[in-house]
Design a protein around this ligand. Structure first.
Ligand SMILES: Cc1cc2nc3c(=O)[nH]c(=O)nc-3n(C[C@H](O)[C@H](O)[C@H](O)COP(=O)(O)OP(=O)(O)OC[C@H]3O[C@@H](n4cnc5c(N)ncnc54)[C@H](O)[C@@H]3O)c2cc1C
Length: 476
């Protein structure tokens, strides 16, 4: 006969970066968390693997410096933080295709309209329209909920299509019309009100952020961060249980009941794991749900007080990536610096590449390949709302050859991997944020309960890491 369930001080469901940081927050407060993660390893979308003899990031590889939380966390865990090497470029399909330096800015909003790079990207009329921003005062666009409406109101259509869509759209894998201004660029709206110009607002945000590049990573790869967090949580008395899939949560008086199973392989190994075996139950006074959006909604639906109903997340893009490790001394010079984003709109010009971006990972983060003589290219595919081309090694090499301006062939390849991220990065639409705000109010009415993760806190480590730690502190 089963005795009463084990009772623990705190439970975190999901071992992505949000769940790990929530568990870390509990562990630092002596609340010995139990973290339940469905997969064999933690990290979620931050993961790496050895390809062609080199450990490389295959998911997220950097974090935005607009919040200092991630860099501080890395240093606290003993990881060194590094800025990327090399400049970033934008590939325009016009004139047979050309690479143009990404101008200084915030998500493609330039900080200086006199910058010759901005001039080379816009037509004379487009630039003249953008300059109106400097004189129009803070009113126009002040109430715009989405990034596209804000940019068009202030700077005109051309800045949207030639700068903001390629850059913000590339980072968030969604059109700027689907991105809530306040989530993708916290503080931008307030800066606009203060500065009376979107260009000056972007300049003010950049000036207040740490100097140098807008992103950093951990030396040796970002995938070292979740590993270091797992070790720290365990050192502080927490338990990280892999291959445990949570199937239900329920209120139990003032406590929470968490039902979990062993996680087995889905019939298609690319699918998330499935529950197998007998359920086990643990109870706790503090529960954090830190899952990816779809899994989170499925689990939260089992709590009637949260009123999840038929809420579905906005559809994300079907992202895919071909990671290629190769030996080619011609790449030592880094012909496209750290990498290049491909403009989505060809504006009638011939489109010579199918990918949406390429990262020259070994130039961007040289420490990862130091001494091996190898190069790493990450060729990315998939945009929201359009079918993703089937990613293949041959296709990725063809795209890389065009973008690098030199031929790279299969003979040079020492290893590669193709990774799919179907329906990924649900866009942070204004409508989604309204529902998140409503849910936040309902959660506040449930003692000992919190939710974190990118779908809830905002995409990317800069949003998820501070949020994960904050919810743990609040529950403590
Ligand atoms: C290709 C790609 C590149 C990216 N690059 C960057 C980047 O460079 N910089 C950046 O800041 N952001 C980047 N992002 C976004 C960033 O990776 C995410 O915002 C962040 O990692 C999400 O963390 P999370 O903890 O919210 O969710 P996830 O990482 O999705 O973690 C959720 C975890 O929950 C587990 N789980 C699911 N269901 C259950 C269950 N029932 N029981 C137990 N466990 C369960 C999953 O296995 C998973 O480990 C990128 C995203 C993608 C897809």
């Amino acid at each position: 006969m089963n005795s009463s369930p084990q009772h623990v001080p705190s439970v975190v469901v999901g071992g992505g970066i949000g769940g790990l940081q929530a568990a870390h927050g509990f562990a630092k407060l002596g609340l010995e968390p139990l973290l339940l993660e469905a997969r064999g390893t933690c990290g979620g979308l931050i993961f790496g693997a050895p390809i062609g003899g080199v450990w490389v990031d295959l998911g997220a590889e950097s974090f935005a410096k607009r919040s200092v939380a991630t860099a501080d966390l890395c240093r606290d865990l003993g990881l060194k933080v590094v800025d990327p090497s090399g400049n970033s470029w934008l590939w325009s399909h016009r004139d047979g295709g050309r690479a143009i330096r990404i101008p200084h800015g915030v998500l493609g909003i330039p900080t200086d309209l006199d910058d010759p790079i901005v001039g080379s990207l816009l037509s004379q009329e487009g630039l003249a329209r953008a300059r109106q921003d400097l004189e129009m005062g803070p009113g126009p666009g002040a109430d715009a909920a989405d990034l596209a409406s804000l940019v068009v109101a202030r700077l005109g259509e051309e800045v949207l299509t030639r700068l903001v869509d390629p850059i913000a759209g590339g980072v968030h894998s969604a059109h700027p019309s689907e991105l809530s201004v306040d989530v993708v660029s916290p503080g931008l709206r307030d800066a606009l009100a203060r500065e009376g110009s979107l260009v000056r607002a972007a300049a003010a945000l950049r000036a207040s952020a740490p100097a140098g590049a807008v992103v950093s990573s951990a030396v040796g790869g970002l995938f070292t961060l979740p590993r270091a967090l797992v070790s720290r949580i365990e050192e502080l008395g927490g338990t990280v249980a892999g291959r445990r899939i949570v199937t239900a949560i329920a209120r139990d008086g003032d406590a929470w009941r968490v039902t979990h199973h062993e996680a087995g392989r889905a019939p298609d190994p690319a699918d998330p794991p499935v529950p197998v075996g007998e359920p086990e139950v643990v109870t706790t006074d503090r529960l954090v749900v830190a899952l990816d959006g779809r899994a989170a909604l499925d689990l939260l639906r089992t709590v009637p007080e949260l009123g999840i109903g038929d809420w579905e997340l906005p559809r994300g893009a079907d992202l895919a990536q071909v990671c290629i490790v190769l030996e080619d001394p011609a790449l030592d010079a880094g012909p496209i610096g750290s990498g290049l984003l491909v403009t989505p709109d060809a504006e009638g010009a011939e489109r010579r590449v199918a990918c949406k971006a390429i990262t020259h990972y070994s130039i961007k983060w040289p420490g990862v390949v130091a001494g091996t003589g190898k190069h790493v290219l990450r060729v990315s595919y998939g945009r929201a709302g359009v079918p993703t081309p089937e990613p293949t090694l041959a296709g990725a090499l063809a795209d890389a050859s065009v973008l690098l301006g030199l031929p790279v062939s299969e003979e040079q390849v020492v290893g590669h991997a193709v990774i799919h991220f179907p329906n990924s990065l649900p866009p942070q639409t204004p409508a989604h944020r309204v529902r998140v705000a409503e849910l936040t109010e309902r959660i506040a009415g449930l003692p000992g309960f919190a939710v974190t993760g990118a779908w809830f806190a905002g995409t990317g480590l800069a949003a998820v890491i501070p949020h994960g730690e904050r919810v743990a502190k609040e529950l403590a």
